[in-house]
Design a protein around this ligand. Structure first.
Ligand SMILES: [Zn+2]
Length: 170
């Protein structure tokens, strides 16, 4: 799976079907079977090992990390609630967008994954519809959160007065 030399027969990390060889120099490739964009990357401390992951999984991991870091930072800095909303809404919007894209591809290709299990045919289409609905709901929640963020008084963390002083002003 990770060997540069065996690329011609590398199975797709999403649908596990053998993929056509990647064009040299390209970091992003689309699987011919499931049509998911895949990304080629090296780990920070294992620079000799190349790995392939579905782009959606990479964005998913990044959004989860951003959520943890953003919420953690907002709590540590004692930031106003609006910042916490912002830290939660943005990763949720990214996750929602990925769900919509993946669900759409599941409907189009008849290959979808739910809880790490590959579904094909009609089951994949059901999974796809559910994921699109789930993604839309996530985006709606994020948009509502950001609208509330606009309603509150945003201020840069360093320049913000103490939260209690902030409340007195309102
Ligand atoms: Zn595939």
């Amino acid at each position: 799976m990770n060997m540069m030399a065996g690329f011609g027969l590398t199975p797709c990390p999403y649908c596990h079907r053998a993929m056509m060889p990647w064009e040299p120099g390209h970091r992003i490739h689309r699987c011919e079977t499931c049509r998911r964009p895949l990304v080629l990357f090296r780990l920070l401390f294992q620079s000799r090992t190349w790995r392939i992951a579905p782009l959606a999984a990479v964005i998913h991991a990044g959004a989860a990390l951003a959520l943890i870091l953003g919420v953690g930072t907002a709590i540590l800095l004692d930031a106003p609630p609006a910042w916490l909303v912002f830290a939660v809404a943005l990763p949720i919007a990214a996750l929602g967008a990925i769900d919509i894209a993946d669900g759409w591809l599941a409907c189009r290709t008849g290959i979808g994954r739910l809880f790490l299990k590959i579904r094909r045919g009609r089951a994949a289409k059901t999974v796809g519809v559910l994921r699109v609905a789930f993604g839309l709901a996530g985006c709606a929640v994020a948009v509502i959160g950001l609208m509330l963020f606009g309603e509150m008084h945003p201020a840069p963390p360093g320049a913000a007065p103490h939260p209690t002083a902030h409340m007195v002003h309102r």
